[in-house]
Write a protein that binds this ligand. Structure first.
Ligand code: NAD
Ligand code: 2ZO
Length: 530
């Protein structure tokens, strides 16, 4: 059944949900979790898998993992890891919904995605609060993550109606055309640092192109993505279009090996990315890999020092430093090394650490105890290798007794660093900035590129020719000039080298969630050579 695109009122949608309302619902207030939530009080009891339009317990697997509130160290729920049967049910559910969704016009899909974006906007505070409780980042930042999430849905809703192929003239009136078609059931596997946002960065382009999705969040942060699944249902996607299976590596492997999965989009570490690619290779499935980084931030002496210091803090301390594209190797032209370092240290010491649900907190808790220990281990090793701790790096001890088992540390600036130190070579994924002096442009570009990673890079200078020359020479997928770590959803994001391939956001992501069919049309007779 065909549905009219833009003209006239929309035809009824072909499933048992009412179509998305054309105007915002007037009476859509939900009792808000945000209004009643205080750190150390929330417990989640609802099932965390989502299949065929509702929350479900997995039919198999069932190994229970404790999920923590990083701010307090409390267990907020147990997540049941999905087994092979549950994964198969989720994939079959997505497959059934794909049949309906892929037949709809881009404009029809656009309306549904816009409605999902609207609901996210409406429930921003509730979702941000949940994200803060489960991830440990400040509520201030979680709100920004949720804003980027609904913007992503709006952006791809905007593109959905204009996805099109080409018409190519051939001799004698014959012609060809191309169709941009969806892939089928796509799998999304996410990391724990931006749980809701990662799910939106994957599902928005996937759904806009007409695909269905099964998403597996990190077992450390299983909570908010189930809310996204509910929102898609409320926005009237066909039941089963977006499913959530919970679990760790074993569940992820069932997903990657599933014969009915057409594509895998992965965000996580390089070692896991390698395994994902190996599994995808066995099934000839395309992959998007959004992996780790150790990105350079280059500060030239002709920069605005104030902006460069602000940029360096943005490049290192968002989400407790647990950000893939962080500019953790801060190269500073020797002429301004002292002035820059003094100001960065002063500003870092002022970062307000604490209860992440408080309005003035700017740094919350790291994801869990083992990760905090790992970050501390990098700092210890840095000292042993000759780096100087200019500030922070120690555990932060809260006055508030309810936070005493949380995973806090003070943001750290390391001086006296050299390129061969482990803290300069490896991704720490915590609030640790390494400062490295340099003398010439040529030298710094070479040192900046001397890494296995290639996710991001940045440059601060007032010389526009130098800025463009340097970013052109950087071997990194996402480069910033005179800013860092901002996320306009219109811009493609993704890595070079070991940081992965494929792109999220921007028009570019459409390439990774669709395939091109070419149709060759003969208008004359067949001239056979036989
Ligand atoms: N480039 C990006 O956009 C981006 C964004 C966020 C995080 N990251 C990277 O993610 C890493 C931190 O996240 P993490 O610790 O969750 O990474 P991780 O690789 O440990 O886990 C990522 C996801 O993969 C799953 N997984 C683990 N083993 C698997 C397997 N064998 N098969 C299938 N799935 C498997 C995990 O359960 C989780 O959902 C950092 O390296 C960071 O840089 C990258
Ligand atoms: C939104 N940021 C800050 C650009 C982070 C993107 C995801 C990387 O971890």
């Amino acid at each position: 059944k065909r549905h009219p695109g833009g003209a006239g009122p929309p035809a009824p949608l072909p499933w048992d949900f009412p179509g998305p309302p054309l105007l915002p619902r007037l009476c859509s207030f939900r009792p808000s979790l945000a209004m009643s939530s205080v750190t150390g009080t929330v417990t989640i009891q609802q099932p965390l898998n989502y299949r065929a339009g509702g929350r479900v317990q997995p039919v198999d697997g069932g190994q229970a993992e404790e999920v923590y509130e990083p701010a307090t160290g409390r267990v907020i729920c147990k997540v049941l890891c999905s087994g092979q049967k549950e994964v198969d049910l989720a994939v079959q559910s997505a497959k059934a919904a794909f049949k309906i969704w892929s037949q709809m016009s881009g404009m029809e899909r656009s309306r549904v995605l816009l409605e999902a974006a609207r609901i996210i906007r409406e429930q921003r505070e509730e979702i941000a609060t949940m994200e803060t409780i489960n991830n440990g980042k400040s509520i201030f930042e979680a709100r920004v993550d949720i804003d980027i999430s609904w913007q992503c849905l709006e952006y791809y809703a905007g593109l959905a109606g204009s996805l099109a192929g080409e018409h190519i003239q051939l001799p004698g009136g014959s012609f060809g055309y191309t169709r941009r078609e969806p892939l089928g059931v796509c799998v999304g596997i996410g990391a724990w640092n931006y749980p809701f946002q990662i799910a939106c960065w994957k599902s928005a382009p996937a759904l806009a192109c007409g695909n269905a999705m099964v998403f597996k969040p990190s077992p450390f942060t299983p909570v908010s993505v189930v809310r996204l699944a509910e929102i898609f249902t409320e926005a009237s996607v066909p039941k089963g279009l977006f499913n959530v299976v919970q679990g760790g590596a074993a569940t992820g492997q069932f997903l990657c090996h599933h014969p009915d999965v057409a594509k895998i989009s992965f965000t996580g570490s390089v070692p896991t990315g390698i395994k994902i690619m190996e599994m995808a290779a066995k099934g000839i499935k395309p992959v998007t890999l959004e992996l780790g980084g150790k990105s350079p931030l280059i500060i030239f002496s002709d920069c605005s020092l104030e902006n460069a210091v602000n940029g360096a803090l943005m490049a290192n301390f968002l989400t407790q430093g647990e950000v893939c594209c962080n500019g953790t190797r801060v190269f500073v032209e020797r002429k301004i090394l002292d002035a820059f370092t003094k100001e960065v240290v002063k500003r870092t010491q002022k970062i307000k650490i604490g209860d992440p649900l408080l309005e003035d907190t700017r740094m919350g808790a790291l994801i869990n105890r083992p990760h905090l220990d790992r970050v501390q281990g990098f700092i210890k090793q840095a000292k042993e290798q000759g780096a100087e701790v200019l500030c922070g790096g120690d555990l932060w001890v809260p006055d508030d007794p309810k936070l005493k088992n949380g995973y806090y540390m003070r943001p750290c600036v390391l001086g006296n660093c050299t390129d061969d130190m482990t803290c300069v070579k490896e991704e720490i994924f915590g609030p640790v900035m390494s400062i490295l002096p340099f003398d010439t442009e040529e030298e710094v570009v070479e040192r900046a590129n001397n890494t296995k990673f290639g996710l991001a890079g940045g440059v601060f200078t007032r010389d526009i020719q130098k800025a463009h020359r340097v970013v052109a020479a950087l071997k990194a997928g996402m480069c910033f000039i005179n800013n860092y770590n901002i996320s306009p959803v219109e811009l493609p994001f993704g890595g070079y080298k070991a940081s992965g391939f494929g792109r999220e956001n921007g028009r570019a992501a459409i390439e990774y969630y669709s395939q091109l069919k070419t149709v060759c049309v003969e208008m004359g007779d067949v001239e056979s050579v036989f």
